[in-house]
Design a protein around this ligand. Structure first.
Ligand code: CTP
Length: 402
């Protein structure tokens, strides 16, 4: 996945520095060459020996080594790397990056680097929320640096909130995505709209109805279009995937109603629409704004139908617009998919069957069939979702762009 890629991992002083060990291991396993720079503060949290052993390279911290006049050239380091990853990025080092302060080797490398920079903040929730930190983050993003947002969860302080560094697996996926962003061959004036991920329907403030969709398929399709030079709007339910492609405008929603509102608004200006989201068909009819207390008897939740977004967009489809949907079936697959294609006024439907091993929710692979409006079926082998996305996009483009 990252074969031959040169990555500098900058580790700063945060309790999340322990996750750097796993991150180095995963990067190495993916084929990357990794060099680690630690800030002096980071050495209080994890030993250089651990990261040197895992990366197979000495860890750098200081501008000079020993008394022999050996200089660690930050300019060379910055030029060597394909990507500089700063994880964990503490509030202090983020502030220095945003303001061009340069009091350690990592900051000097940051300022010299010509490659892309990805940073993963880790700090307590109040530090993260503080306007000073938020302003620094916005500033870094305005430089083109890419953030992988911290997660919500229990923090080292015992408080619960947003501030936990993203897990190493999520970081590796974001790194792979960032390094695979191709220079678009041509800029197209066609706009693409994609829906992805699950929707989450509240029962009360703590419980919800949802499904197992990971969003991977929809995100892979969005990336494929963006890599081909198309401007993409991606409306997504809650997922654990970061979007790093500058060609993708991501709109995060939670419920089917929010997805309906965002999608129908954007559909008007879209040329190609692909709906890969697993939208809840039903939502609690009367969600409670207070936590529902346990009763001694059984309880029944009344469900109301949600709007079918795809069918609504299909009904209002304009001349020249191309509309594709997905069908996830467990039985009578082909007949059910053909029915959806017709009833929702689609130009193409992608069928995945839950009966196929390795296909569907959560997997990195998928086995698809493409059915077109003139009732032709195309069968594909089990492939990675990235490869399946390339097949889907190629198929759509041959039909939609004549
Ligand atoms: N879809 C949608 N809005 C909904 C339900 C589904 O836009 N409220 C879209 C999905 O994004 C997908 C297609 O419709 O592209 C088919 O979704 P699927 O769940 O397979 O089918 P349903 O129409 O919901 O029918 P059923 O659940 O009975 O199979």
């Amino acid at each position: 996945m990252l074969k031959g890629k040169k990555i500098i991992l900058g580790v700063t002083g945060s309790i999340a520095a322990y996750k750097a060990a796993l991150l180095v291991r995963l990067l190495k396993k993916s084929g990357a060459e990794v060099r680690v720079i630690m800030t002096p503060g980071a050495r209080d949290f994890i030993t250089p020996l651990t990261l040197a052993t895992l990366s197979g390279n000495p860890v750098l911290s200081e501008f000079t080594e020993g008394n022999e006049g050996v200089w660690n050239n930050h300019v060379d380091l910055g030029l060597w790397a394909d990507l500089l990853v700063i994880a964990p990025a503490s509030a202090n080092e983020l502030a220095k990056m945003a303001n061009g302060l340069c009091d350690n080797l990592l900051m000097a490398t940051y300022l010299s680097a010509r490659c892309k920079v990805l940073f993963a903040p880790a700090m307590d929730l109040d530090m993260y929320k503080h306007p000073a930190t938020q302003t620094n983050i916005k500033r870094l993003q305005s430089f083109g640096n890419i953030m992988v947002e911290p997660a919500v969860g229990e923090l080292a302080s015992g408080l619960v909130g947003q501030g936990r560094m993203a897990e190493p697996e999520e970081l590796v996926a974001a790194i792979a995505e960032l390094l695979s962003v191709a220079q678009p061959k041509k800029k197209s004036n066609k706009r693409i709209l994609i829906t992805a991920g699950p929707t989450v329907e509240a029962i009360d403030p703590v419980r919800f109805i949802s499904n197992h969709s990971s969003g991977k398929m929809g995100f892979a399709i969005a990336e494929e279009f963006a890599n081909q030079g198309y401007a993409v709007d991606l409306v997504t339910g809650p997922v654990h995937i970061s979007t790093v492609n500058p060609g993708i405008n991501r709109i995060d929603v939670v419920s089917a109603a929010e997805m309906f509102a965002a999608t129908t608004k954007l559909a008007a200006k879209a040329d190609i629409i692909v709906m890969a989201a697993a939208v809840a068909d039903y939502k609690p009819a009367n969600p409670s704004d207070k936590k529902i207390k346990k009763k001694s008897t059984e309880m029944v939740i009344e469900l109301a139908k949600t709007n079918d977004i795809l069918a609504t967009v299909g009904k209002g489809k304009k001349k020249g617009q191309f509309l594709a949907g997905f069908a996830l079936e467990t039985d009578n697959e082909l007949a059910n998919a053909q029915k959806k294609l017709k009833e929702k006024n689609l130009d193409l439907i992608v069928l995945n069957s839950l009966q196929d091993k390795g296909a569907g929710f959560g997997h990195d692979t998928n086995k698809i069939k493409i059915i077109t409006a003139n009732n032709k079926t195309f069968n594909f082998e089990l492939k990675t979702k990235r490869e399946a996305a390339a097949d889907i996009v190629a198929h759509i483009l041959t039909l939609a762009v004549k």
